[in-house]
Design a protein around this ligand. Structure first.
Ligand code: FAD
Ligand code: DLZ
Ligand code: SF4
Length: 510
């Protein structure tokens, strides 16, 4: 049987399900850089470079393995501007017996693909994505009948399922499932932070950089200093770099933020795992190995593995459990536009400036910057979920709807009413000051809540608490916060709320 096999830009794995039993002598591989995928959001330029270059390298590797590959390079005048157009044109010429594709990672494209069998007039075999531990059905079965969907419970099952960090008698290594108590240190200049892993762009990447600079000028971010891996071999080297230089301190400084350090001890592996260059289980096994070899402490190793087999899998499960309605949720009734400085970094708030500036330069910010700085600010300032979700989808090299949406709409914005989080991650400037050195060089004073120079996060935090009192005051995890708010003198509450009102009306001037 002759098959046409479509490989998407985030499916660059040689052992992906669509390539199972593929026959180099008979089958035809299809890959295409198309306008529709490159512009459903204004992807950061570095993301476009990473994906187009990685796709081109992957196609070349398939050819080296003997496959016939039809590959469309991006040009605004290409006849096929969508994956559907491209596949339809190719099928006309090749007339295969069937089309094979691995299920895609996004509801938008998924619903288009559902119609292909009828529209394209041939059998379409959509295969389960074998790069994840849990299928959509398995997650559905796990979620069924549960009052609460909690990552921690799901994570224990994934530990048992994979055997990662489990003793021979079925107990969690170290006697506990979670060592986050040890993972909340501020970084004060020591230990020294490693340089991030870096690859010199080759000729293919150089060509793609020129293409992106020519045709995607209106997309955010800089293409300068592009140093991401674009092949599986280099992504493996990025993993080795993380294991050797950053993993031992990953746990301890996981929540830290620092003005001079964009990457700290994070792995910077999500861009590769999400497009298929690295297998998440290979990553987790290599990390666990460092624990057994006494080369990394348990708090680092467990914390890291939890992010992948716990959070990453769980978030994907939530996405497919709840889409498409999920994307429309707005539990807090938010209605403001995203301030313009999210696209420029030009704001006097030092924490926001650093988080956005790093994002635009690198296409990367680490989790706590995303959650507790840019995310927290959007939560406190009543930003419409769709606006902040689109920002996160656009500006990060690792952003795909399946992982970005539940993190932003659910974890950050509480727009799903707390489907998987027991309380919103709202925080004042005090938290940012505790975990970073941003506040000492800020034009605002973190100790103040009122007055022109007061840290905006402070009044905005109390404004948020006050305006959502009905929704949260019965929440046992927030009772202390409400008790604190209620015991403030009326005059002080009034001054804070007035400052909050002013800030909300003048977000673009901060
Ligand atoms: P590390 O800190 O080294 O963590 C290791 C790995 O754990 C990551 O590579 C990632 O695969 C996984 N991981 C950690 N936290 C999460 C999480 N909450 N959800 C899913 N996986 C997780 N991650 C993405 O991959 N794509 C996104 O589009 C994305 N959007 C986010 C939006 C918001 C608002 C927030 C708060 C988080 C988002 N995350 C996203 C999760 C997390 O911030 C990134 O995975 C992480 O910063 C990637 O950098 P790293 O590889 O250095 O991660
Ligand atoms: C993200 C992306 C981009 C920017 N461009 C392409 C492309 O030109 N061709 C392609 O096949 N895939 C691309 N992708 C990845 C897809 O958008 C991704 O497969 C879907 O969002 C489903 O996860
Ligand atoms: Fe951010 Fe406030 Fe600290 Fe300035 S003072 S860096 S705005 S938390």
């Amino acid at each position: 049987m002759r098959n046409a096999i479509l490989i998407l830009g985030d499916q660059l794995s040689h052992n992906i399900s669509s390539l199972r039993n593929a026959d180099p002598d008979q089958d035809l591989i299809l890959m295409a850089e198309v306008h529709e995928e490159a512009s459903y959001t204004r992807h950061h330029r570095k993301k476009l470079i990473l994906l187009f270059s990685a796709m081109r390298h992957f196609a070349a590797e398939l050819e080296e393995r003997g496959f016939r590959v039809h590959y469309q390079q991006y040009h605004p005048n290409c006849k096929a501007q969508s994956l559907e157009d491209y596949v339809a044109r190719e099928l006309e010429d090749a007339a295969p017996d069937q089309l094979i594709v691995t299920e895609c990672g996004e509801h938008r494209l998924h619903s288009i693909m559902q119609g292909w069998q009828e529209k394209l007039g041939l059998p379409v075999d959509i295969r389960q994505d074998n790069r994840f531990l849990t299928s959509h059905l398995e997650f559905q079965q796990w979620a069924e009948g549960r009052k609460q969907l909690r990552m921690e419970h799901f994570y224990h099952e994934m530990r048992r399922k994979t055997g990662l960090l489990m003793t021979s008698d079925g107990q969690p290594e170290g006697g506990d499932w979670n060592f986050d108590e040890d993972n909340r240190e501020k970084w004060k200049g020591e230990p020294e932070v490693p340089e991030p892993f870096s690859v010199e762009p080759d000729e293919i990447t150089q060509e793609v950089i020129e293409l992106v600079e020519r045709y995607f000028k209106e997309h955010p971010g800089s293409s300068e200093d592009f140093h991401f891996a674009v092949t599986a071999a280099d992504a493996d080297r990025a993993l080795a770099h993380f294991l050797d230089y950053a993993l031992p301190h990953f746990g301890t400084y996981q929540d830290a933020m620092a003005t001079t350090e964009d990457w700290l001890f994070h792995s910077i592996l999500s861009p590769y795992m999400n497009c298929g260059l690295l297998d998440p289980m290979v990553v987790c096994e290599a990390v666990a190995q460092r624990y057994y070899a006494n080369q990394a402490p348990l708090n680092a190793v467990e914390g890291f593995i939890r992010q992948i087999i716990g959070w990453r899998e769980f978030i994907r499960g939530i996405y497919w459990l709840k889409m498409p309605e999920y994307a429309q949720e707005n539990y807090l009734g938010n209605r403001r536009k995203l301030p313009w400085f999210y696209w420029t970094g030009e704001t006097g708030m030092n924490c926001m400036h650093h988080a956005v500036d790093a994002t635009l330069r690198n296409g990367y910010a680490h989790h706590i910057q995303r959650l507790m700085v840019t995310g927290n600010f959007a939560l406190l300032t009543d930003i419409k979920p769709e606006e902040i979700c689109d920002w996160y989808l656009a500006v990060y090299v690792d952003a795909y709807d399946w992982v970005e949406l539940p993190n932003t709409l659910g974890m950050v914005m509480h727009a799903d009413g707390g489907l998987f989080g027991s309380k919103p991650y709202a925080a004042s400037g005090k938290y940012i000051n505790r975990m970073s050195d941003y506040c000492k060089d800020c034009r605002y004073k973190v100790a103040d809540s009122t007055g022109e120079d007061a840290c905006p996060f402070n009044a905005l935090y109390w404004h948020f608490i006050n305006r959502h009192e009905q929704k949260f005051s019965d929440n046992p995890r927030m009772s202390l916060v409400y008790a604190n708010w209620r015991k403030q003198k009326d005059e002080r509450k009034k001054a804070i709320l007035e400052r909050g009102d002013w800030l909300l009306d003048n977000l673009d001037s901060l």
